[in-house]
Write a protein that binds this ligand. Structure first.
Ligand code: CP3
Length: 358
């Protein structure tokens, strides 16, 4: 059967011109319709756990922009919540969780199968979205990678440098390993449920991968991702997996070779020429426009979008940002991004050079 969904075709290794496009955190505070529903819900977690609301928020950017993919509205910290961590989101300070200070805090967590019941509302939201999406739009499920989720659980909040997690892994290596194993298992169960509920591909966010190097990167970033990828592939053959080991740097080629995701998402620090030299041409990449350009806009935005498009023209590519869109991003700039991606063809003269006054 011909696959109508461009994003799924590219995840299977095809190249499309122009590439499919969606943006990380596409449902969020830069959209007035999001802010309105967020205010009605009162609380971020209410939004996540009320399937009709989560589905509505997921669909908002699809209606407004017609992206090629919808990503289910949820958060990577719902897994620790299901495992028994207290979780609140305070406006301005970000997430707060009960911190993990010693091995007993790891022992007190619930078992991995708790996610089935506790995170059932996410499955319900996926079912609603799947039945409402246009036939050409792909539905993405997601979870945080064990390392990144562990950094928030240990510190109890977002901290620069993820220092508490580094300290815990060195002082309590055995308890740290148990935490990573529990998160790996819970993530496999949660992602399987998302696929059963209608997610057509899944993405693993390892936002703090870049704070580990060498053997620790292998042990806590690559190995858990490999375990998740293998388990999901066994249970759900044919469902493509996107991995986002943010700021992995030189560790990226070995990560891709060992973890074997179907696609690797790149942050904005990654140069397409370096990718061409270091990743096999068949490997699908996603990314990697600097999100700050959606605040500033102008010719610089158009030129940067084209440079990402041209940079990855030789391989399967999904256009995206290098990290989540900022609340201060301008809607007009998202529209400009989409126009530029959708009118681009390989080898064509730059739209930036065709602007009036050039
Ligand atoms: O991409 C999407 O549109 C789907 C929804 C989504 C959210 N968070 C909603 C959200 C996704 C995929 C995430 C992933 C996530 N959450 C990550 C990994 C990606 C990344 O950005 O590195 C991380 C690290 C988190 C944890 C998290 N959630 C933090 C640190 C914060 C506070 C900082 C912030 O950006 O506000 C959140 C809150 C959050 N998650 C919001 C949204 C829309 C804002 C909450 C609000 O509306 O007040």
């Amino acid at each position: 059967m011909n696959q109508r969904k461009a994003l799924l075709r590219v995840l299977k290794g095809e190249r499309t011109d122009p590439p499919p496009v969606w943006i990380m955190r596409q449902a969020g505070r830069y959209l007035p319709e999001y802010r309105e529903l967020r205010q009605q819900a009162g609380d971020f977690l209410t939004l996540c756990y009320t399937p009709e609301m989560a589905a509505e928020v997921t669909l908002q950017p699809i209606r407004r922009f017609g992206f090629d993919a919808a990503i289910i509205f949820a958060d990577i910290l719902l897994v620790p919540h299901a495992l028994g961590s207290d979780l609140t989101f305070e406006t301005g300070t970000g997430p707060l969780l009960s911190p993990i200070a010693d091995p007993r805090d790891v022992d007190a967590l619930r078992t991995a199968d708790s996610v089935h019941e506790k995170l059932a509302p996410v499955g319900e939201a996926l079912r609603i979205v799947r039945s409402a999406l246009p036939p050409e739009t792909t539905l993405i499920g997601f979870a945080g990678a064990p390392w990144t989720v562990a950094t928030y659980m240990i510190a109890g909040r977002a901290v620069p440098g993820q220092i508490p997690a580094h300290e815990f892994l060195r002082r309590q290596p055995e308890a740290f390993r148990r935490l990573i194993n529990l998160l790996t298992e819970a993530t496999i169960e949660y992602l399987s449920d998302q696929i059963a509920a209608g997610a057509e591909t899944i993405k693993i966010f390892d936002s703090w991968a870049g704070s580990l190097t060498g053997p620790e990167f292998q042990l806590y970033v690559t190995d858990p991702t490999q375990t998740i990828v293998r388990a999901i592939r066994k249970r759900h053959p044919g469902v493509p997996i996107i991995a986002f080991p943010r700021a992995a740097g030189d560790a990226l080629p070995a990560f891709v070779a060992d973890a074997r995701p179907d696609c690797v998402a790149l942050d904005q620090s990654v140069n397409p020429t370096w990718i061409a030299d270091n990743l096999d041409q068949q490997i699908c990449v996603q990314g990697n426009l600097d999100p700050a350009l959606l605040e500033s806009g102008g010719d610089e935005l158009i030129a940067a979008v084209e440079s990402v498009l041209n940079g990855f023209a030789g391989r399967p590519h999904i256009f995206n940002l290098g990290h989540g869109i900022n609340p201060a991003a301008q809607i007009g700039n998202v529209e400009k991004l989409l126009e530029t991606v959708r009118s681009w063809r390989p080898g064509q003269a730059s739209a930036a050079s065709r602007l009036p006054g050039k």
